[in-house]
Ligand binder design. Structure first.
Ligand code: KG4
Ligand code: ZN
Length: 341
């Protein structure tokens, strides 16, 4: 029998240190160390993030290996996130991967973080698992740093056909959350409070941006001014209206995202659609995409929660497909803060 292809994936692009093992496309472990240190600052502090990655990377890899019941000598290659992301954070994962590859005499595979978010849809929970989108499909990639509509023609043939010209959808969630006093990252909290609120309570004007592009910075400012003005009339405005504010802003962000995504579906004529990235954990967005697929007779692919925010399983699956193509890099590879898809 042929030897199994076992990939160790490392993710360290922002504030999550993660390691995962994928064997022949099947996930064996996916360990994540979240960094609580940023909560007090209302956002990720790059210098603190890289320090925390340094502390976390070895224990996280160790746990991933143990949980998967895999020895270092079983690993075929190590895949790591090269970019885009915070340079200091990327440097920790890159350096670890280079050292690990050298010591264990295995190939090194660079991974683009954005491609990895999209390819998370190809992670298998078990060997018979065949629930995967068919090429070409459209993926709405929405995270803290990106909002893109991607036409996925093949594993490594992706084209961005629309994207934000300023803030990302996740940033809009986080900044609006901050305006009403919620801690970072505010996206999950808005999601939680929105469930108890009325999404029609407040309306915010939608941006007018050409074609398939997005803009979220105007909405963030409109929300800030709206709340500030209402507080002048009633100091308890936020407290009294928290759920409605969350429901209304979430509804608006989803509405903006869906409008362009629908247009992209029409223009490309795809039958399979997917969402990816941290914001794809949002319950309102998941429901809206499911509904859209039903209405338009499309196949919707909604990732499991554990694959929405940053994780190494998506890096390992991307590495697995690069391994099959024999795409390796040398020890001279360096991280990239910006990296096209
Ligand atoms: O993909 P990700 O973990 O990191 C980046 O690559 O940016 O995405 C993080 C973003 C944050 O902005 C966070 O607030 C948002 O995803 N997020 C959510 C939810 N869960 C995470 N936004 C809305 N609703 C959620 N349930
Ligand atoms: Zn991400």
């Amino acid at each position: 029998m042929d030897k199994k292809v076992t990939i160790l994936g490392i993710e360290s692009s922002c504030d999550d240190t993660s390691a995962a093992i994928i064997q022949d496309g099947v996930l064996l472990s996916n360990e994540i160390a979240n960094q609580e240190v940023h909560k007090a600052y209302g956002g990720v502090v790059p210098e603190l993030a890289s320090r925390a990655h340094q502390q976390n990377v070895i224990p996280v890899v160790d746990r991933a290996l143990k949980l998967a019941n895999v020895k270092k000598t079983d690993i075929s290659a190590i895949a790591f996130t090269r970019g885009p992301g915070l340079l200091g954070s990327l440097l920790v994962g890159t350096s670890f991967a280079k050292g690990f590859a050298l010591v264990n005499n295995i190939p090194l595979i660079e991974v683009n973080h954005l491609q990895a978010h999209v390819l998370a849809h190809f992670i298998k929970g078990n060997i018979a698992d065949n629930e995967q989108p068919k090429f070409p499909f459209l993926c709405l990639l929405v995270s803290g740093g990106h909002s893109q509509i991607i036409l996925v023609k093949d594993y490594f043939d992706m084209k961005i056909i629309g994207q934000t010209i300023d803030d990302a959808a996740g940033e809009a969630f986080d900044k609006c959350a901050k305006t009403i006093g919620l801690t970072y990252p505010g996206g999950p909290l808005i999601d939680k409070f929105a469930k108890e609120g009325n999404y029609n309570a407040f309306t915010f004007t939608r941006p007018r941006i050409k074609e398939l592009d997005y803009s979220f910075s105007g909405l963030k400012t409109a929300f800030l001014y709206f709340v500030r003005d209402r507080i002048k009339e009633d100091v308890d405005f936020i407290k009294k209206n928290k759920n409605d504010l969350c429901a209304s802003i979430q509804f608006t962000i989803i509405d903006i995202l869906l409008k362009k995504f629908k247009l992209a579906i029409k223009q490309t004529g795809v039958k399979d659609i997917a969402i990816a990235g941290g914001v794809s954990a949002n319950s309102g967005l998941r429901a809206a995409i499911t509904e859209l697929a039903k209405e338009e007779n499309l196949n919707a692919f909604i990732p499991e929660f554990k694959y929405t925010t940053d994780n190494a399983a998506m890096v390992a699956i991307t590495g697995y497909h690069k391994y099959l193509k024999g795409e390796f890099v040398g020890q001279d590879v360096t991280p990239m803060a910006r990296m096209p898809i």
